[in-house]
Structures are given as structure tokens and as C-alpha cells.
Design a protein around this ligand. Structure first.
Ligand SMILES: [Zn+2]
Length: 243
């Protein structure tokens, strides 16, 4: 009798758990970006797995290009490049004018790996513009950068690992220009509590959901004047850094 009661209780608990799991699943179905197995759609809000899916595009150029195309991003694919033992790329693109992206880059000829480009597009739509609207009541018109591809090792140290810049899998962001011309720079505006500092922190934090590595002036002196964003492949496995 006791054994029967125990097994009935077990069946009831199992049924309740199953119902709960189904409910959670149904809820999540309206947010496919929160599920690990759905395909990445760049035009959706940032979800729990968006960052890992973006980084996961690192070894799939066709899937990455398909994601850019589907989101209405205009770009040209750059010819593959090899340089020495650790440098070069086969999946770099350059944004071109028009399409779903509105922010210009200065210098304009920014070439980045496709997963970095995809991350920058989602960052513009879901992080940078909402933060600018919230804090300044206007949009960002232009982002100033220090470039992407650079055949070098980390911190230019001999024997160090190759930088993500050596494969165009990284970009360094230095400043933002708002629609009214106001300039917000990492070197001048990171410190303090003002609106510009608030904005820079918001776009850094939002970047952490989209890039495998985000390094800011909080990290070290070498990053006092720029954000380093990269899509290091280990980021798809969960080795992510946000500093
Ligand atoms: Zn960098």
C-alpha cells in the first residue's frame, strides 16, 4: 500500500514537471533567440544565445553571409588574404552604404570578419541607437574606429598568441558622433558620471552580449582610448570576456 502511494506520488510529480517544461518551452517559442538550437536572425532582439550564435558564425562564412543578407545589410566580400604563418582571412566583408544599417564608420573602409560585422549590426540596432535615444534623445550618425585587420601578436609581444586582429576577427572602437555633431570619445569621456560616460558604459555592457571578448578602459591602460570587440572562436564554447 505504501509502495503504491509512493509510485502514485512519483507519477504526479513527473507529470507536473513535464507540464512545467512544456509551458516554459511554449513561452520561449516566442523568443527563439533564447533557445540554443534556433537559427540566428540578426533582426531579432538580443537573446540568451545571440552572442554564442554570432561567434559560432566564425567557421561558416556562407551562413554568416546569409544572415547579413536576410537582415538587409549591404556589404562587399573582400578577397581572401594570407600573410605569414598566423595572419590573413577568408571571411572578411566591408559595409557599403544604404540598407538596414544607418551608422557610418570613420574611416569608411572598415573591413572586418563576417561575424564581427554581424555583431556590429546588431549592436547598432539593439544597443547603440537605443542608448543614444534614451540618453541624448537623438541617434548616433558615425562611429570612429582604429581598424580591424592587423598582422600582429597580442600587445605586439614576441611569442604571444596571434591577436584576433590578425584574422580581422576584432575591431577597435574609439568614438561616436551624434546626429547633432556631438562627439563622445573613449579617451575623454569614459571617466565620470555624466551622460557621455553613461552612454559609453551602456554600449560597452550591451557589446558583451554580442562579442566573445569586450575590453574597455576598465580593463587596462592599453585600452584607455578604445573598446576592443572580437569574435574569438573559443567564445562559441562559452569562454567569453567582458571587462
Ligand atoms: Zn583590439
Amino acid at each position: 500500500m505504501k509502495a503504491l502511494r509512493t509510485s502514485i506520488a512519483a507519477i504526479i510529480i513527473a507529470a507536473l514537471l513535464l507540464t512545467l517544461a512544456l509551458l516554459v518551452y511554449a513561452m520561449l517559442r516566442n523568443r527563439p533567440q533564447d533557445l540554443p538550437w534556433t537559427k540566428l536572425d540578426l533582426s531579432q532582439p538580443v537573446g540568451m544565445f545571440t552572442g554564442r550564435k554570432l561567434t559560432g558564425l566564425t567557421d561558416d562564412f556562407p551562413a554568416c553571409r546569409a544572415a547579413l543578407d536576410k537582415a538587409g545589410i549591404r556589404y562587399t566580400a573582400l578577397p581572401p588574404r594570407t600573410e605569414g604563418e598566423g595572419c590573413g582571412y577568408t571571411d572578411a566583408v566591408r559595409f557599403t552604404k544604404g540598407g538596414a544599417r544607418r551608422i557610418g564608420f570613420a574611416p569608411a573602409d572598415l573591413g572586418v570578419s563576417c561575424p564581427v560585422a554581424a555583431g556590429l549590426a546588431v549592436w547598432e540596432w539593439e544597443v547603440v541607437q537605443p542608448a543614444a535615444q534614451r540618453i541624448f534623445g537623438q541617434r548616433v550618425a558615425e562611429i570612429e574606429h582604429f581598424g580591424s585587420y592587423n598582422c600582429r601578436r597580442m600587445y605586439n609581444r614576441e611569442g604571444a598568441s596571434w591577436s584576433e586582429h590578425a584574422t580581422a576577427d576584432a575591431v577597435d572602437i574609439a568614438a561616436f558622433r551624434l546626429a547633432d555633431g556631438t562627439r563622445i570619445t573613449l579617451i575623454g569621456d569614459w571617466a565620470g558620471e555624466g551622460k557621455k560616460a553613461q552612454f559609453l558604459r551602456a554600449v560597452r555592457d550591451g557589446g558583451c552580449d554580442l562579442f566573445a571578448t569586450v575590453l574597455s578602459p576598465d580593463y587596462n591602460e592599453a585600452h584607455r582610448d578604445h573598446f576592443h570587440f572580437d569574435q574569438a572562436e573559443r567564445g562559441a564554447m562559452g569562454w567569453r570576456a567582458c571587462r
